[in-house]
Design a protein around this ligand. Structure first.
Ligand code: SAM
Ligand code: SF4
Length: 503
């Protein structure tokens, strides 16, 4: 068999129809395009009183009904939108307080058998230089990220290809966890590896579970069936809408219980897509005992070399609408984490973080092998899409601290079994925040000692003092005195160079 034949045989073996057909209802999936439009059209001109009632429901951390989300999406009055923004910020604070989590993407391979019209990695893009990192190279990248920049969380990203199959993905995850680098006062290591890769079978997902996958993230890109079929050409694996739509069902079946969904905004009408995300969250909650998406992502389509579709689309999302969709997602699925990435400019990130975002990336590079020092900057031109914000982690953390946000490097949740149903319950009742606040203080202290510039350290220390004081004020109503003493004990030990102490 030649290479192409081998590739074709592999492609034919990927999709296992029985693994999604069993979830379908008489051959229909849970996204009914007509029903979504009926909801959007049937909730026009919503009464302000009804909108305010819906906002109260979100504040009680309850997932909204499709009619309720559709009503929010139909608000026209800009003053009412101001109330919506205020409430989305309030809901975010109630569930996640002033914490923000940072991570970096690590692109491992850009070989891809698919041909998504919007992506620089698509098969027909001859201009793309194809590369797959060796396991040693993956370790080198992880060393820079963990030892020089100070990241504790990565999202590893792969094109869909036999060269980056589940076995390779598992090997890269294992290799990353093995990296441990001495730092100024302690050591750096990656403590959580999330994965953004193609939909997989239950068996492959079990393999990733074994090597310690954090969150499994797959974006549906668009929930609109016809648009989906058009931008993911026939004859490719990705053309199969249902194989993708049900991949989180398979993940949960395989025991990977932190799952992440998303839409690539700009392919179709943004209001329709927000409804799609809501239907997806509700479907997961109903089939898996209340486990909904751990995070929702909402990337906007960015220019990419060799992907002319980006210029053609008539659904580009303006900055104003971007803010609205973020607020409505926050209110519709109030417990979920929300990720804004470096695709967006610094100005936009500044504006949307307070509206509901809980995670963001920094020091981001999306070329294959781009974190090592010898990386050829010209290669950066040939990447999946173009970035909007290339600031360093130190700069971002400093700015966030100035805005009153504490960067949390906490990865305790999944290591202590706070995933799936347990995390959902904690998030819905606001209890997750109690652990997180303490772990945010401890991990921020670690990071300041190991990686911060003098300027960032100074601002960060002021923030830490304030956070510790807040915990103290909540004795005994929220924190028992012994917990506070334990916190101070851990804090002093971290200052002396111990690492990875958490609640
Ligand atoms: N190949 C896997 C897949 O398609 O799911 C995972 C990797 S893919 C590189 C990760 C995500 O990048 C896609 O899900 C898509 O939403 C996003 N993406 C692709 N092209 C983009 C573009 N031009 N602008 C912004 N995001 C893009
Ligand atoms: Fe391949 Fe993913 Fe890019 Fe599509 S979005 S071309 S599947 S890497």
């Amino acid at each position: 068999m030649n290479v192409l034949e081998k590739e074709k045989t592999w492609m034919d073996s990927v999709i296992k129809e029985d693994q999604y057909e069993k979830y379908m209802d008489n051959g229909k999936d849970f996204i009914d395009d007509d029903e979504i439009w009926e909801k959007l059209n049937g909730n026009k001109n919503p009464d302000p009183k009804r909108i305010r009632d819906i906002l109260q429901k979100s504040l009680a951390i309850q997932t909204l009904e499709p009619d309720e989300t559709a009503a929010l999406l139909n608000v026209k009055d800009e003053r009412l939108w101001e109330e919506i923004f205020e409430m989305s910020a309030k809901v975010k604070r109630k569930v996640y307080d002033n914490r923000i989590v940072t991570f970096a993407p690590l692109y491992c391979s850009n070989y891809c058998v698919n041909n998504c019209l919007y992506c620089g990695f698509r098969r027909e893009n001859q201009k793309e230089k194809r590369r797959r990192l060796t396991i040693d190279e993956v370790k080198e990248e992880a060393k820079v990220l963990a030892g020089k920049i100070g990241h504790k969380r990565l999202i590893v990203v792969y094109g869909e290809h036999p060269l980056s199959d589940a076995r390779y993905i598992a090997d890269t995850i294992k290799a990353i966890y093995e990296v441990k680098v001495p730092t100024k006062n302690g050591y750096g290591q990656i403590r959580r590896v999330n994965v953004n890769a193609a939909p997989m079978s239950v068996e492959d997902l079990r393999m990733l579970k074994e090597v310690g996958i954090g969150t499994y993230q797959v974006f549906q890109e668009t929930y609109h069936h016809q648009t989906y079929a058009r931008v993911h050409p026939e004859g490719t694996i990705k053309h199969n809408y249902q194989w993708r739509l049900y991949c989180m069902h398979r993940a949960l079946e395989a025991g990977v219980d932190d799952v992440a969904i998303g839409v690539l905004f700009g392919l179709y009408d943004w209001r329709f897509e927000v409804m799609g995300l809501l239907y997806h969250a509700r479907e997961l909650e109903s089939k898996f005992d209340g486990i909904g998406p751990h995070t929702i992502s909402f990337p906007r389509l960015m220019p990419a070399l060799g992907a002319p579709f980006v210029q053609e689309t008539k659904y580009k999302v303006s900055d104003e609408d971007f803010k609205k969709l973020i607020a409505v997602i926050r209110l519709s699925v109030p417990y979920t984490g929300m990720i804004v990435t470096a695709r967006e400019s610094a100005d936009i990130r500044r504006e949307v973080i307070p509206l509901g975002c809980t995670q963001t990336d920094a020091s981001t590079r999306i070329g294959i092998g781009a974190y090592r020092e010898s990386y050829n900057r010209q290669e950066a031109e040939r990447q999946q899409f173009l970035l909007g914000d290339t600031r360093s982690l130190d700069e971002l953390i400093r700015e966030l601290a100035q805005m009153g946000y504490i960067t949390s490097f906490c990865t305790a949740g999944y290591r202590c079994g706070r995933t799936g149903q347990r995390i959902m319950k904690l998030l819905r009742t606001g209890k997750e925040g109690q652990f997180c606040k303490l772990n945010a203080i401890l991990t921020f202290r670690e990071w300041l000692d190991d990686f911060a510039s003098e300027e960032t350290k100074e601002i960060g220390e002021r923030l830490i003092k304030k956070e510790i004081e807040e915990v103290k004020q909540k004795i005994p109503s929220v924190y028992p005195r012994e917990i506070f003493q334990e916190l101070i004990g851990y804090y002093e030990r971290i200052k002396d160079g111990e690492r990875d102490l958490y609640f």
